[in-house]
Design a protein around this ligand. Structure first.
Ligand code: IMP
Length: 186
């Protein structure tokens, strides 16, 4: 029987192929982003808002790199099925705490078309935050439909490939990979 070097690769299954961003590169960049956020929000308190579930790892790591009075909240939206966007975005879990009058940094895993972010930003803007900006780990500009002027922090710009790992999934799998890999379909 043929064995695979990758224990996650079951035959006929999609698998995370080539490593696009290593665990070390991720940690280095998250540290830089944390330092930048710390400098930019000096003297202020900050609310990090993560979007479940893809941004969980990034939000948790970024939080630890921010040296400010900072709190963490999450919201959840319906997401992609497989590799295709349903085109429909719904809020399925709201924030636990009010963001009115607060400095809010929305933490996203990846921006592709921009439709998801556009929806979430519109929802959050109605709550009257003092400021609202976005930090995304990955930016895939090739398929952008809506420009995102509130995106101030970007970890990595990547090409138009479907990636998994470090929180990002394919049908809920591969979130546990410590690196970002390009999904390989069989
Ligand atoms: P957008 O609405 O097209 O910008 O898509 C944003 C959402 O789609 C992200 O929050 C992810 O949940 C998902 N997504 C987009 N591209 C990828 C990818 O390459 N891998 C995993 N999820 C993705």
């Amino acid at each position: 029987m043929a064995t695979s070097a990758n224990p996650l690769h079951l035959s006929q299954d999609p698998a995370p192929g080539k490593i696009l961003i290593s665990a070390l590169e991720l940690q280095r960049r998250v540290s830089e982003l944390g330092a930048q956020v710390t400098a930019d929000y000096q003297g202020k308190a900050l609310v990090l808002v993560g979007i479940l579930r893809g941004s969980v790892m990034f939000a948790a790591d970024l939080l630890r790199r921010i040296d400010l009075p900072v709190t963490l909240d999450f919201l959840a939206i319906s997401s992609y099925v497989g590799r295709d966007a349903s085109g429909v975005v719904r809020l399925i879990k709201d924030l636990d705490h009010s963001i009115t009058g607060k400095h809010v940094l929305l933490v996203e895993d990846i921006i592709d078309t921009g439709l998801t972010l556009n929806y979430v930003l519109r929802v959050l803007a109605t709550r009257g935050p003092e400021s609202l900006t976005v930090c995304t780990l990955l930016d895939k500009p090739a398929r952008r439909l809506i420009e995102q002027p509130l995106v101030k922090y970007v970890g990595f710009h990547i090409p138009d490939v479907f990636v998994v790992g470090y929180g990002l999934d394919y049908n809920q799998r591969f979130r546990n990979l410590p690196y970002i890999g390009v999904l390989q379909l069989p």
